[in-house]
Design a protein. Structure first.
Length: 473
């Protein structure tokens, strides 16, 4: 992805800035592609098809997080070169506040018809959208069974004021979203040593503890950036540093992996960014379904952020150990893993480190209360949660965690909370940590205004707090 601007680089974040958007110049984003498919659509390189039998909402998503957020306070334009197999193909674009379900505000462009086999230039106007920003860019091809090839795509948007442009921080601090925060630096200790397992029970992508599979390309330029990671030594242990370029692609398409018998995905994560409430670090296991190319590929996504369990935290290693056989707060997409060809990592973090990325089958062997890492449902290092002793400054949390429940779950209009005093307050967050609702009455919470999806409700009262997930139908 190339940025052409006379002012400054667009911040690579998924969640839009809460401050008012100030426009100073146009930003031209080039080489835009739609690599994500949903609802039965297919993509082959730059050719997009919506087959008969697809869902009515089938389409294509731009997955390059470095593109976002987009502002059109002074209008904008989409340009591209298009061609078809011979007939006419109708299509349109949609911009959303965030990926589903947190999509509003959103807007849809005018439909455009691409005609003929000769490559032709097209443009679509984007009307001014005020202070709204958008972190989801979708393509919909409405003519069924009609492939359309789109290349040289650009998006012209309004630049967003850098909140740190006029902020000078003292030594040892850096500006984040307009405020000076302490610079923590990278990890001083290595990631936890994985438990001993039978070699046949592990598929290791990156770890010194196990034999790694043959990798074709550990950084194949998924978003056009190179490099997006770099190997560093942390306390004598090789560790991957994520360089904040939006995404990383790991390819082993010439050495496909059948992980259908494997039950868990594991990785160890570290970041030195002190503000992580709107940050994400997501991994997608990409299954090519026996095809020679990514046409028809599906993805099992593990979405890790400040609202998940375990939660993203700054300044300490977090061990993420996820059951990938069922959908849950961290797992979405398609559970098929019989023909894995790639792993996609997407993140809006500027600095992160990871190690011990592997799949395994069998029970978790993590001794989470004595490993020096905040993982699973711990609220501090080796303390808090259901299994570990309460942290010294969190007296009373354990009892609350054991008893606090949301019902009904899933729910459509209202949820009730068991064993929570009525004077406690609550906050409701979406899956990427954005607060959507808050209130004081915990006996009955109206969720009718929420879109369908997974959410987290946080209960706070005195020194006690806890967070659990629920599903809105």
């Amino acid at each position: 992805m190339t940025y052409l601007t006379s002012s400054f680089r667009v911040l690579a974040i998924l969640i839009s800035l809460s401050a008012s958007v100030l426009s100073y110049a146009q930003v031209i984003h080039t080489d835009v592609v739609f690599s994500g498919t949903f609802g039965g659509s297919t993509v082959d390189g730059f050719t997009y098809t919506t087959p008969t039998g697809s869902e009515v909402w089938a389409g294509f998503a731009n997955e390059d997080v470095s593109l976002y957020p987009l502002s059109f306070s002074d209008s904008g334009e989409i340009t591209f070169t298009g061609a078809t197999a011979g007939g006419d193909v109708d299509m349109y674009f949609r911009f959303e506040y965030n990926p589903y379900p947190d999509t509003e505000p959103s807007f849809v462009t005018a439909s455009v018809t691409v005609s003929g086999t000769v490559e032709t230039s097209y443009s679509v106007d984007i009307p001014a959208q005020g202070d709204n920003t958008f972190s989801s860019f979708l393509l919909y091809v409405t003519t069924l069974d009609a492939p359309v090839t789109l290349t040289n795509m650009t998006v012209s948007s309004s630049s967003i004021a850098d909140p740190c442009a006029d902020v000078t921080c003292p030594e040892g601090q850096e500006c984040v979203d307009g405020e000076c925060v302490v610079v923590m630096g990278g990890p001083m200790v290595s990631a936890p040593i994985p438990p001993a397992r039978d070699p046949g029970d592990v598929i290791s992508i990156y770890s010194d503890a196990y034999a790694d599979v043959v990798i074709d390309d550990f950084d194949f330029g998924l978003c056009g950036f190179s490099p997006s990671v770099a190997e560093e030594m942390v306390a004598g242990n090789p560790t991957q540093r994520y360089l904040g370029e939006g995404c990383q692609g790991i390819s082993f398409e010439n050495n496909r992996i059948d992980a259908s018998a494997f039950t868990h995905l594991h990785f160890d994560f570290y970041t030195d960014e002190t503000y992580v409430i709107d940050k994400v670090f997501n991994l997608k296991l990409v299954d090519w379904a026996g095809n020679e190319t990514e046409v028809g590929a599906t993805g099992l996504e593990v979405n890790f952020n400040a609202g998940t369990n375990p939660a993203m935290t700054a300044g300490s290693w977090v061990s993420v150990d996820v059951d990938i056989t069922v959908f849950g707060p961290l797992v979405i997409g398609n559970l098929t893993t019989s023909d894995l060809a790639q792993i996609h990592i997407t993140s809006n973090l500027s600095n992160a480190w990871y190690d011990n990325l592997y799949l395994y089958k069998g029970e978790s062997l993590l001794e989470t209360c004595n490993d020096g890492v905040m993982n699973q449902d711990e609220t501090g290092i080796d303390c808090g949660g259901v299994m570990c002793p309460a942290c010294e400054d969190e007296v009373g949390i354990t009892d609350l965690k054991l008893e606090f429940e949301v019902y009904p779950n899933p729910a459509s209009d209202k949820i009730s909370l068991s064993n929570v005093p009525s004077h406690y307050s609550y906050n409701i967050y979406n899956s990427v940590g954005r607060k959507l609702m808050s209130g004081l009455n915990t006996e009955s919470v109206d969720i009718s205004s929420l879109m369908s999806g997974m959410y987290f409700i946080e209960i706070i009262g005195g020194d006690n707090f806890n967070t659990v997930s629920f599903i809105k139908h």
